[in-house]
Design a protein around this ligand. Structure first.
Ligand SMILES: [Zn+2]
Length: 304
């Protein structure tokens, strides 16, 4: 039996959301591609987002995931934030080790504008603003980088961030295709030139980037992340280094919520005990609800 040229170590089932890492051109270029259809559908369901927000949030989660893929320790985490003046207002995304992603938009329901039929104008939804990336990899201080948004279309905003804040020349492509309000396909590609890349390699990749089809079109044609990388790079020597499933996942719990409540301080917590029914809190990332009785809150006050 012939071996599968698109076989990626760590990936058995290519139908589930997954990320693939590869290198090519004698190690001068690295590439990552990811399928995030189920992840984006989950975010759509949790936040009950309208089409423009589903597309913007999906692209934002997918791009955040791609730039977070160098995490090495289980406690590493990355928070990306867009604050902007468009109707969406902004978005926050957290990527934890193991490709676990969670996110929420400031506004879930807005009108959808289109570039042309079928192509959502994400830039109009996002508007102008800032993209901030906070990486906590266990050092004394987290690394924080911030850039102005170029277009609000998300992919070029991440590429600009990588060029400006991390001095890495990158091509970033992101796509979320919605049909009747539901996520049909979602995914992304990031190709980075390492400092050793020569002008010839740079030229080849710039040419390939110029006419490259939409990621969601390729996915609808059956392209897996490994095949998307192959099509973009066009290098017969491409090496698939590793793959891993990715998912929408929130680690919230009642205990973590109570730590948040404690930060309100004694005075404010004491006011909360006025209500004999206690209080209900909701996780803004995943919508899980946690109830604290009057007694729970009194215990928290005692613990301060
Ligand atoms: Zn949660």
């Amino acid at each position: 039996m012939a071996t599968d040229p698109y076989k990626v170590p760590g990936i058995e089932d290519t139908s589930i959301d997954h990320i693939v890492k590869a290198e090519a051109y004698d190690g001068k270029v690295r590439a990552m591609a990811v399928s995030t259809t189920a992840m984006c559908a989950e975010a759509q369901k949790i936040h009950n987002t309208s089409t423009a927000v589903t597309c913007a949030l999906g692209r934002f989660m997918t791009g955040s995931l791609l730039i977070s893929s160098d995490m090495k320790n289980e406690t590493d985490t990355q928070t990306t934030i867009i604050k902007s003046d468009g109707p969406i207002g902004g978005m926050t995304c957290v990527c934890d080790f193991g490709y676990k992603v969670r996110a929420f938009p400031v506004n879930s329901v807005i009108d959808t504008e289109y570039h042309h039929p079928g192509k959502v104008n994400v830039g109009a939804a996002v508007g102008q603003g800032m993209l901030t990336v906070i990486r906590d990899i266990g050092l004394k201080e987290p690394y924080v980088g911030s850039v102005e948004l170029i277009s609000g279309e998300i992919a070029e905003d991440f590429a600009y961030y990588l060029a400006k804040s991390e001095q890495t020349k990158s091509v970033v492509a992101l796509g979320v295709l919605c049909e009747n309000g539901e996520v049909k396909h979602a995914g992304g590609l990031m190709v980075q030139l390492l400092p050793s890349a020569d002008d010839k390699t740079i030229d080849i990749l710039e040419q390939r980037a110029a006419g490259f089809p939409d990621i969601t079109f390729l996915m609808s044609e059956g392209f897996t992340p490994a095949k998307i990388i192959d099509l973009f790079l066009g290098d017969p020597e491409v090496r698939y280094l590793s793959g891993s499933p990715v998912s929408f996942s929130c680690p919230c719990s009642k205990e973590k919520m109570s730590r948040g409540l404690i930060t309100l301080g004694k005075e404010e917590l004491t006011q909360l005990t006025d209500d004999p029914d206690g209080i209900s809190t909701e996780c803004q990332f995943c919508g899980s609800k946690y109830h604290f009785t009057k007694e729970d809150i009194e215990d928290l006050i005692k613990s301060i």
